[in-house]
Design a protein around this ligand. Structure first.
Ligand SMILES: Nc1ncnc2c1ncn2[C@@H]1O[C@H](COP(=O)(O)OP(=O)(O)O)[C@@H](O)[C@H]1O
Ligand SMILES: O=P(O)(O)OC[C@H]1O[C@](O)(COP(=O)(O)O)[C@@H](O)[C@@H]1O
Length: 313
């Protein structure tokens, strides 16, 4: 079983337009709605891969209700346990605008609802109960923090997971990521910009090794069409790349990479196989038009074609 935490859940809307022009009106070709926010995407992909998942975080208002309904209606709902904590504030929407001509995506992420100290306390109680149940292989802490949640929230959740002996992955950005590192997460999954922002190094190998010095036990950096780089717990490393760069909607590709890494961990796979899975799943997510979905046929076809090589430094 894997626990995913989405403190800033979202109703993800994907609008498709022929091309996006600033300061112009657009006719939207079609709209897709999904239960989103990073941890919810991770959970849906894990469930599709056959894993049981407990989904926690906050949900409130109309979008929060819709997120819960969509989670319950997921084709793999039997493996998705809804442990979201109700709040008085309204869950946000995130809007992805995908250009059908170029495949480019523009994202508008609302800040999210204000969470009260009592609601944060309720989340901590639910999280502790999930950890105490004793059957978690891993926890994924994903995404931004909504207003009101303390900036050290991830550090606190990491300390709790480590105290319970549960592997913990952090996928966030900015101050919540920086503060989280102090609590020594087992793995972080930054993209290239997040890694550079964290360390000040643009070059990913130096940056990933620096992130380990700052507290991450291992770093899996996602590098867009170039695939992924891992600097593992023993400072050994691997690189994995998709066979070809793909064009499509990259929203949620990073979340599928997280799902690939954690499903492989839960199945006892070694690093190279976990990495190959993460790259194939995330590349197959670029090929699926809606945020946070992957194309299963493309995943099966890509997996044997992902090249994993040891990295040296
Ligand atoms: N254009 C692309 N072609 C093939 N694979 C891609 C492409 N863009 C992203 N990916 C895959 O998705 C992963 C995550 O994408 P990335 O943009 O690095 O992260 P994030 O979605 O978190 O910003 C990459 O490591 C890669 O495996
Ligand atoms: O919590 P944040 O950082 O605002 O991110 C939320 C957004 O991230 C997503 O999970 C996509 O993330 P990735 O493209 O990094 O995988 C969307 O579903 C959501 O709109």
């Amino acid at each position: 079983m894997i626990i995913t935490v989405t403190l800033n859940a979202a109703l993800d809307l994907t609008y498709r337009v022929p091309a996006l022009r600033p300061r112009a009106a657009h006719r939207v070709l079609d709209v897709v709605e999904r239960a989103g926010g990073k941890g919810l995407n991770v959970a849906r992909v894990l469930a599709a891969l056959g894993h049981r998942v407990a989904v926690t975080g906050f949900a409130g208002g109309p979008a929060g209700g819709e997120v819960r309904r969509r989670l319950a209606a997921d084709p793999n709902a039997a493996r998705l346990a809804d442990a979201l904590v109700p709040i008085a504030g309204h869950t946000r929407r995130t809007v992805g605008i995908v250009e059908s001509r170029s495949g480019g995506a523009t994202l508008l992420n609302e800040p999210g609802p204000t969470v009260t100290p009592a609601e944060w306390g309720a989340l901590l109680r639910v999280y502790r109960e999930l950890l105490a149940a004793g059957d978690a292989d891993a926890v994924a802490l994903c995404g931004s923090l909504p207003p009101g949640v303390p900036v050290g929230a991830y550090a606190e959740l990491i300390r709790e997971a480590r105290a319970a002996g549960v592997y913990v992955l952090l996928d966030s950005d900015g101050p919540p990521l920086r503060r989280g590192l102090a609590a020594r997460p087992d793995l972080i999954k930054p993209n290239a910009d997040e890694l550079a922002g964290l360390t000040g190094f643009a070059e990913p190998v130096g940056a990933a090794r620096d992130a380990r010095r700052r507290g991450a036990r291992a770093v899996a950096a996602s590098l867009g069409a170039e695939g992924m780089l891992v600097v593992a717990e023993d400072d050994g490393g691997w690189r994995a790349a998709p066979p070809v760069p793909l064009s499509g909607n990259p929203t949620g590709a990073g979340d599928s990479a997280v799902a690939g890494l954690l499903s492989g961990l839960a199945e006892g796979l070694p690093w190279p196989a976990r990495l190959a899975r993460a790259v194939a799943l995330s590349a197959a997510t670029v090929l699926a038009p809606a945020a946070g979905e992957y194309d299963p046929a493309a995943y099966a076809e890509l997996l044997p074609r992902v090249e994993v090589v040891p990295a040296t430094w």
